[in-house]
Design a protein around this ligand. Structure first.
Ligand SMILES: [Zn+2]
Ligand SMILES: [Zn+2]
Length: 133
């Protein structure tokens, strides 16, 4: 599936070819901090199927649990997280941040990781009162 996307201010844009099966939620504490939210939703793609089409995202590098560097790319103007990649064989994959994907309404996560640090209410959203805006 072909997708494209942008940060909030529109300075950084990209396009990619993805497999809609490769979408996941991560409840790890790094994703909570880095998103400022309860969990992160990521669309995986091969590095060769992902291309920045405008802008020049900045990078913040964190050290993952396995000791490897994980590069977190974000817009230097509006701060939106755009994608992540890694080093060695991890460099062959990128993790695109679902909220920046223009086609995100059509995409659905297929698995959850790091449920050991999931916030206790994260599974119960369906029970909250709903408002259209
Ligand atoms: Zn931006
Ligand atoms: Zn995570």
């Amino acid at each position: 599936m072909h997708i494209d996307g942008a940060c909030h201010c529109g300075k950084v844009t990209y396009e990619a070819n993805i497999n809609p099966e490769n979408i996941s939620i991560c409840h790890c504490t790094d994703c909570q901090r880095l998103t400022g939210s309860a969990y992160r939703v990521t669309v995986s793609a091969s590095r060769s199927d992902f291309r920045i089409t405008s802008g020049d995202p900045r990078v913040y590098t964190k050290i993952a649990d396995n000791g490897r560097r994980r590069m977190q790319y974000f817009c230097s103007n509006c701060g939106s997280p755009i994608y992540t990649t890694g080093e060695l064989e991890d460099a062959e994959q990128v993790g695109i941040r679902l909220g920046t994907v223009n086609q995100r309404q059509a995409l659905k996560p297929r698995a959850q990781f790091w449920c050991s640090s999931e916030l206790p209410w994260a599974e119960d959203l369906g029970t909250l009162p709903r408002h259209s805006k």
